[in-house]
Design a protein around this ligand. Structure first.
Ligand SMILES: CCCCC/C=C/CC(=O)SCCNC(=O)CCNC(=O)[C@H](O)C(C)(C)COP(=O)(O)OP(=O)(O)OC[C@H]1O[C@@H](n2cnc3c(N)ncnc32)[C@H](O)[C@@H]1OP(=O)(O)O
Length: 391
């Protein structure tokens, strides 16, 4: 098949895609070292799910293309529209493989995956897999001592951005914390950030079409937020640094928010073509008034810790130098209080709004599901992903 004529179409990052096409062509020329069996191929697919480090978008596009070529053969789909950036990038990756035989694509896929997860790491993954399964991913670390169950966002290289797996791990961690022996549950982050919100590659890297990814995202988000609405024990946010997106909107569902004076609070939803979540379309106007809520949720105004305290989103601000010591000392003291009394008192405070919060959560998730499919949102996600293209 003649090499695909590459028209320098307007796309999110032509140089990035041109380089990618070149790399895919190199894979095309790759000679299989041996014929990978179907079992090898399936093992490789499972290994991709266990990769500890995000391999980056170029590699993910390559994996997608080789997977489709190995399973469906040469690209047989119509080219997506010019604005359907994510699916267009995927289509071009697949189409660039031309008439590469299925067996060769399968072998190249296996070779690529094994280059991403060397056997030594793979075996250690196997060794620790059982542990990780119990504790979820390594990106959410849960400890329980001194009457406090601590849920730590532990992905500092990505500013603690939340992956789909992390959403699931947090749901499980809250479920376990609601019945464990601790009196209080606290959230905090590792590294210089509290959390940079939803991982913006969650949707671009998801398998299946964008509609399926958006629908799945809405289901996960609704369950995730409900687990905060329904959490029965005192829930405290220990905001150790900048907080973005959903990590900020969730604060309206916490019982106390303690912040370092280096923390900031940013909800750039309009910039991202998205809309508020975690019941913030209700809790923020309730907490700070509709005008201040508008400045955050519509205009994306970033607040300092002091401004967030003045608006009622933060309970208390501590100097960075004494933040950790002061906050954990205080929480250990609070955790010695009679746990049933605290739980019953929280129920009295929250019970009248639970049903309303569930309904608001459902509506926000439906709205977001549509926003994630919008051109505004897809363009914003592409801009984020290509902002560092060094090509
Ligand atoms: C189930 C689905 C639920 C969906 C719920 C919806 C929620 C809505 C939101 O949460 S919207 C908010 C989303 N978050 C953002 O928009 C923040 C995006 N990130 C940034 O703007 C910047 O990274 C920063 C300001 C947080 C930090 O900038 P800085 O320059 O200090 O650091 P880097 O940009 O180099 O970041 C270091 C690496 O971390 C990666 N990263 C940071 N944030 C995210 C993120 N949200 N998603 C994915 N990746 C993120 C960044 O890409 C760098 O990675 P690299 O080293 O591989 O380049």
């Amino acid at each position: 098949m003649a090499a695909m004529t590459w028209r320098p179409a307007r796309c999110w990052c032509p140089s990035l895609l041109q380089v990618f096409r070149f790399q895919v062509a190199q894979v095309h020329l790759g000679r299989p070292t041996m014929r990978a069996s179907q079992q090898d191929f399936e093992n490789a697919m499972n290994q991709v799910k266990l990769l500890k480090k995000d391999p980056g978008n170029q590699v993910k596009l390559k994996l997608y293309a080789l997977y489709k070529q190995a399973t469906d053969g040469p690209c047989n789909m119509p080219k997506p529209g010019v604005f359907d950036l994510v699916n267009k990038a995927k289509w071009e990756a697949w189409n660039a493989l031309g008439s590469l035989p299925k067996e060769t694509a399968r072998q190249n896929y296996v070779d690529l995956v094994s280059s991403l997860s060397p056997s030594s790491e793979a075996s250690s993954q196997g060794k620790h897999e059982a542990d990780e399964k119990v504790q979820g991913s390594k990106d959410i670390v849960v400890t329980s001592e001194d009457g406090i169950t601590k849920i730590v966002l532990n992905r500092p290289t990505k500013k603690n951005a939340i992956t789909f797996q992390m959403y699931q791990d947090i749901i499980l961690a809250l479920k376990n914390a609601s019945t464990d022996s601790s009196a209080i549950t606290a959230f905090t982050g590792t590294g210089d950030y509290y959390c940079s919100g939803n991982d913006l590659t969650n949707f671009t890297s998801a398998s299946g079409g964008k509609e399926e990814a958006a629908s799945r995202g809405a289901v996960v988000l609704r369950e995730f937020v409900n687990s905060f609405i329904d959490f029965p024990k005192p829930l405290v946010a220990v905001v150790n640094g900048p907080a973005v997106g959903i990590s900020v909107t969730l604060l309206g569902l916490f019982d106390a928010v303690y912040a370092s004076d280096k923390a900031t609070f940013h909800t750039p939803f309009s910039h991202l073509g998205q809309s508020p979540e975690a019941c913030s379309s209700y809790t923020f106007p309730k907490i700070m008034g509709s005008a201040k809520a508008t400045e955050m949720l519509l205009f994306g105004k970033k607040l300092t810790a002091r401004e967030a305290w003045a608006q009622g989103l933060v309970t208390e601000v501590f100097p960075e130098s004494t933040f950790e010591n002061e906050v954990w000392t205080r929480l250990k003291a609070y955790a010695k209080l009679p746990p049933n009394s605290m739980r019953i008192s929280k129920e009295l405070i929250r019970k009248n709004e639970k049903e309303k919060l569930h309904a608001i959560n459902a509506e926000e998730c439906t709205t977001l599901q549509a926003r994630w499919l919008s051109e505004e949102c897809i363009n914003a996600l592409m801009n984020f992903m290509s902002r560092k293209a060094k090509l």
